[in-house]
Design a protein around this ligand. Structure first.
Ligand SMILES: Nc1nc2c(ncn2[C@@H]2O[C@H](COP(=O)(O)OP(=O)(O)OP(=O)(O)O)[C@@H](O)[C@H]2O)c(=O)[nH]1
Ligand SMILES: [Mg+2]
Length: 309
């Protein structure tokens, strides 16, 4: 248990270095060993929390908590201030998440959705690697039939990770690929089928209709499938990501989130905003382009990572 958190922490601490530099660094400088609770301090704290994309609502709540807890003009201990801020942020996040639960008998069908460029295909490679390393039999499906390059990209990943792939020609029917993949997984005794999807079609309505069709076709083979619909969001996209997520959530029955590219942003605090606005658990976070750069989201380690020294 401790070891697992340690590993998560090292990787995530690395991936969140930019966020930590902004929020952790600024907070430590601002708070130091202690501060007098006055207007200037509260203004600076507000600015720091907003800069890390903690969000206006939460930032205001933290300021209010500090004002309730400490009297105006009182010198507050730096450690106590930090503890209060961390605890307040922690309440936004769900209990510690583990890997997605798998169904028995398998296969567990996992549909990966999200706008183009969010990191869907890379996340599939990372999840496939993760489960393969755990001894699971994984099959991936190139359900993004819209672009030839998308099929090629997933084929390359399948080769690197060492898992089987089901695919069609470019322009083929995505639902047919998904159906074939689920059938193949049943026939081969796979534990998990990961289905890639297109991020962009002619327009948003078309995309949503295609994805809904995919769901229906999969259910012809396994009525309870897809067991998980993971929405992949670009962690650097801020408020945009929230808007996109709402569209998917409404028509796709999204069950969880994957936040990618947290290594490339100082706004890792956006996890809190996204989590709050969507009310969906963050299942995994992506902290790099490689196939090992994915971790189940651990809220405690996350909070430590963004405040750590
Ligand atoms: N730094 C970083 N880059 C990432 C991460 N996840 C994905 N990327 C990069 O983001 C780009 C887009 O990733 P894809 O996996 O192709 O995204 P997609 O959602 O499948 O995109 P479409 O197929 O166009 O819809 C690639 O260059 C990835 O290497 C991450 O966690 N960190
Ligand atoms: Mg893709």
């Amino acid at each position: 248990m401790f070891k697992a958190i340690g590993r998560f922490f090292a990787k995530v601490a690395d991936g969140l270095a930019k966020t930590r530099a902004v929020i952790g660094g600024a907070l430590r400088t601002l708070i130091g060993k202690g501060r007098t609770i006055d207007r200037a301090f509260l203004d600076q704290l507000e600015e720091t929390l907003l800069a890390a994309d903690i969000g206006v609502t939460k930032t205001e709540a933290i300021l209010a908590e500090i004002q309730t807890r400490f009297k105006q003009g009182e010198a507050a201990d730096g450690a106590a201030l930090l503890t209060l801020i961390k605890a307040s942020l922690r309440t936004e996040l769900s209990p510690g998440e583990d890997d997605l639960p798998l169904v028995t008998p398998g296969p567990t069908v996992v549909l990966i959705v999200g706008v183009n460029g969010a990191g869907k295909t890379t996340t599939i490679a990372k999840l496939a690697k993760r489960w393969k390393d755990q001894g699971k039999k994984v099959l991936i499906a190139a359900g993004d039939t819209y672009r030839a390059a998308a099929i090629e990209q997933l084929t390359i990943w399948a080769g690197r990770v060492g898992v089987d792939i089901i695919k069609s020609q470019a322009g083929g029917d995505a639902a047919a690929v998904a159906f074939d993949a689920v059938a193949a997984a049943q026939a081969r005794g796979s534990d998990i089928v990961l289905i890639d999807t297109a991020g962009r079609l002619h327009n948003k309505e078309h995309l949503m209709r295609e994805l809904e069709k995919l769901n229906r076709v999969i259910q012809k083979r396994i009525p309870a499938a897809p067991h998980h619909v993971l929405l992949v969001l670009d962690g650097t996209a801020g408020q945009n990501a929230v808007q996109q997520a709402k569209a998917f959530k409404d028509s796709m029955g999204v069950t969880g989130l994957v936040l990618t590219k947290l290594d490339g942003t100082a706004k890792g605090g956006a996890i809190l905003t996204i989590r709050r606005e969507l009310g969906l658990p963050v299942r995994y976070i992506g902290v790099g382009e490689g196939m090992d750069d994915l971790q189940p989201f651990d809220p405690d380690a996350f909070i430590e990572a963004i405040f750590g020294s």
